[in-house]
Every structure is written in C-alpha cells, then in structure tokens.
Design a protein. Structure first.
Length: 90
C-alpha cells in the first residue's frame, strides 16, 4: 500500500492544528484523551481477566484517526509485533 497524499495531509493537519492558545495540537490532545480511556479500560479488563488481550497505544492512535475520518490499514497494527524492550519497565 503506497502513501496516500490526501490521508497524509489530513494526518498532518490534525497534528499541526492548534485551537486558540493551546500549546498542544488537536491531534495530540485527542490521542492523549483516548490513551487515558484505553488505559482505564485495559486496567478494568485485566482485573477481570489477567489473560485479557491488552489495549495498545496503537489502538488509541487508531481511534483518534478513525474519529477524524482517517482509516488505517490492518498492517498498521503489525508494525511493532516483534518489539522487544531493551530494558525492563521501571
């Protein structure tokens, strides 16, 4: 799948548009809110079932983009599938 200039422009606009005197772009604000929601839902899910599938940052980004009319290909969710942290979480 090649780059789609129209979608690229939409993403760029979303993450460079600031409302009023906001220091953070509209896109970053929405991703932050969606990430907080995802973390809450994730914590609730894992409390109910320790083996529940975890919600990832990619899910928050996808929700943000989808809300703004930007659909991601399924391949987006496989980009980090082989990620292994170098150091344990602190």
């Amino acid at each position: 799948m090649g780059v789609k200039p129209d979608l690229s422009a939409q993403v760029s606009k979303l993450f460079t548009t600031h409302l009023g005197n906001d220091q953070i772009s509209l896109g970053m604000t929405e991703v932050s809110i969606n990430l907080v929601r995802a973390r809450l839902i994730d914590a609730q899910n894992v409390t109910k079932d320790p083996n529940a599938q975890r919600i990832e940052v990619e899910d928050a980004m996808s929700a943000t983009l989808k809300k703004n009319g930007i659909e991601l290909p399924d391949s987006f969710f496989t980009v980090a599938r082989n990620f292994k942290p170098k150091f344990p979480p602190k």
